[in-house]
Design a protein around this ligand. Structure first.
Ligand SMILES: Nc1ncnc2c1ncn2[C@@H]1O[C@H](COP(=O)(O)OP(=O)(O)OP(=O)(O)O)[C@@H](O)[C@H]1O
Length: 249
């Protein structure tokens, strides 16, 4: 039986004259990979920012595992199990890949001075396993600044998984990566999410990626959720082809 992990109800927010969320209601099922598609400025990132508590809606609510998380600060929402990965990986570039995961583990365990106490963090084996899950075990001791963009994306996902999330929200996980590498990264990512039993939402502009890796697709336009359904149904819809994709996938 399907179970709702996160539910947004009637979200509303405007920035000046721009309506970035206009009565948005969306339910995310546990265990699914949901893709969000839509033109630039449609409000996709705003939706993720509301779910993580970074932006507070003027109306509407977000429920995570049935709990109203709308008024909570972002760090409390992270602790409940909602993690975020960004279009540009948010990593400490002068630290190694493993150290970045250890810092994440330290944040999870609420250690006060993670950077000073890195060698004392006990979760080393768990972090090495996460790096292995994203195919980056061999670069564990390399500085992030030396890694390829693709490796940084994967390490960034491992850093998010180090928080032991139940839900991972991602803004264009494969952007900035050569198209030949995109599918390889998504393949690794989707496998790692399944192994860690993490539900995901990812904003994506590449319809090839959406059709292959999303279980469900939500279409955004002008701050509104226009439709939601299976990739087969959504990517063939004439309105989606006309307004979002430009041509059939
Ligand atoms: N903090 C903010 N202050 C002012 N305007 C904002 C803010 N955040 C978003 N907006 C505006 O709200 C609208 C929706 O932005 P958002 O980033 O959510 O769109 P998007 O669908 O993610 O776009 P893209 O695909 O280009 O990333 C845009 O017009 C944007 O300029």
């Amino acid at each position: 039986m399907s179970e709702i992990l996160l539910e947004a109800r009637n979200l509303q927010i405007s920035f000046g004259g721009v309506v970035a969320a206009d009565d948005v209601s969306l339910a995310i099922e546990r265990g699914k990979n949901l893709a969000i598609i839509g033109p630039n400025g449609a409000g996709k990132t705003t939706f993720l920012n509301i779910c993580t508590g970074w932006i507070k809606p003027t109306k509407g609510k977000v429920y995570f595992e049935g709990q109203d998380v709308t008024p909570l600060p972002p760090r409390r929402i992270v602790r409940l199990g909602v993690a975020r990965a960004f279009q540009i990986p948010q990593l400490f570039t002068e630290h190694t890949a493993l150290e970045n995961l250890l810092i994440s583990a330290a944040a999870r365990e609420q250690l006060r001075h993670p950077l000073q106490d890195l060698h004392r963090i006990r979760e080393r084996a768990e972090m090495l396993h996460l790096l292995d899950m994203v195919g980056c075990a061999d670069v564990a001791d390399r500085l992030v600044v030396e890694l390829s963009e693709g490796q940084r994306k994967l390490v960034d996902i491992a850093v998010a998984l180090a928080l032991r999330p139940k839900l991972l929200l991602m803004d264009e996980p494969t952007s900035g990566v050569a198209s030949s590498e995109k599918f390889k990264i998504m393949e690794i990512l989707v496998k790692a999410l399944a192994e860690a039993k993490v539900t995901s939402v990812f904003v994506e502009h590449d319809m090839g990626i959406v059709s292959r890796y999303a279980d469900e697709v939500a279409v955004w336009a002008a701050g509104r959720l226009q439709m939601q359904g299976s990739p087969e149904e959504i990517l063939r819809h004439p309105d989606v082809i006309r307004d979002v994709i430009g041509e059939a996938v």
